[in-house]
Ligand binder design. Structure first.
Ligand code: HPA
Length: 285
């Protein structure tokens, strides 16, 4: 069997399993990063499916990542939420890392919202800040689209507006409404799992990165290959290596997530409240 049809078969099996638990078609897909699960708890009429109950899904194995797919409504919008994600540093192939994103997009989501924890490189950022991702630099050394084209993907997606300008504005308005400081910047994605050296952070700063993390970019690339607009929010969980002179720990990243998850949830809820779905906008015109 060709690799692309293998992937198609794997995807179809995973989607069928999720639909067996809950047949609703989500409008929005959300991927929640380390310690940022609060918004999933606020969902109504929700059905949670453990990754271990979805064929082809490995367990999400990192502390702070629950490993569940939750379908429900938030602010009246049907959402499919991935609580926990897979990372390259766990040893998964790029195709496996993006499988959960492909499933929630395959269920019908027409917007992707991604959150993550990241180290702050920009000297004006403090731990606890929320950063809207304006653009990214892929330094992971891989691209999840390499290989045969998956049905529904474009081979050479444009990445000019990888992060949708209209969604960025919605997020600014939502943060202002929630009284939350929101900064903007460029997210550099690295493979991890070791944190960066101070020299690497100086290099990333010169390359134009404002924050650094080990996730998100593969899922964003897949969404863009499928024409789905993306909003990305990073929690600056720590200042990057060498800036404060303190050693970094994953516990610190998870704790920062716990301290910020309600602010992230407030911004996400504001975005959903103000999002005009294609159906509503057709109805209004
Ligand atoms: N570097 C890379 N990934 C991260 C960091 C960091 O400082 N903080 C949270 N994720």
């Amino acid at each position: 069997m060709k690799l692309s049809s293998l992937m198609q078969t794997r995807l179809a099996a995973a989607m069928e399993a999720v639909r067996g638990h809950d047949p609703r078609v989500p409008a929005v897909a959300l991927i929640l990063g380390s310690g940022l699960g609060a918004v999933a708890g606020a969902m109504q009429e929700s059905t949670a499916v453990a990754f271990s109950d979805i064929p082809g899904f490995p367990q999400a194995g990192v502390a702070g990542h629950a490993g569940r797919l939750v379908i429900g409504t938030l602010e009246g919008v049907t959402c499919a939420v991935l609580e926990g994600r897979l990372h390259l540093y766990e040893g998964h192939s790029p195709a496996t890392v993006v499988l959960p994103a492909r499933v929630v997009l395959g269920l019908g989501a027409r917007t992707l919202i991604v959150t993550n924890a990241a180290g702050g490189i920009n000297r004006s950022f403090a731990a606890g800040d929320l950063m809207l991702i304006e653009d990214h630099i892929n330094l992971m050394g891989v691209n999840p689209l390499a290989g045969p084209v998956v049905e529904g993907d474009t081979r050479f997606p444009d990445m000019t507006n990888a992060y949708d300008p209209a969604l960025l504005q919605l997020a600014d308005a939502a943060a202002a409404g929630a009284g939350t400081r929101l900064v903007r910047g460029v997210y550099a994605a690295v493979p991890g799992p070791s944190y960066e050296t101070p020299a690497e952070i100086r290099m990333l700063e010169r390359l134009g990165a404002d924050a650094v993390g080990m996730s998100t970019v593969p899922e964003v690339i897949v969404a863009r290959a499928r024409g789905v607009p993306v909003l990305g929010i990073s929690l600056i969980s720590n200042v990057a290596a060498g800036i404060a002179g303190e050693p970094l720990t994953h516990d610190e990243v998870v704790a920062a997530g716990a301290a910020a998850e309600h602010r992230v949830a407030a911004v996400l809820r504001g975005v959903l409240r103000n999002m005009i779905s294609p159906v509503e906008s057709r109805g209004a015109s």
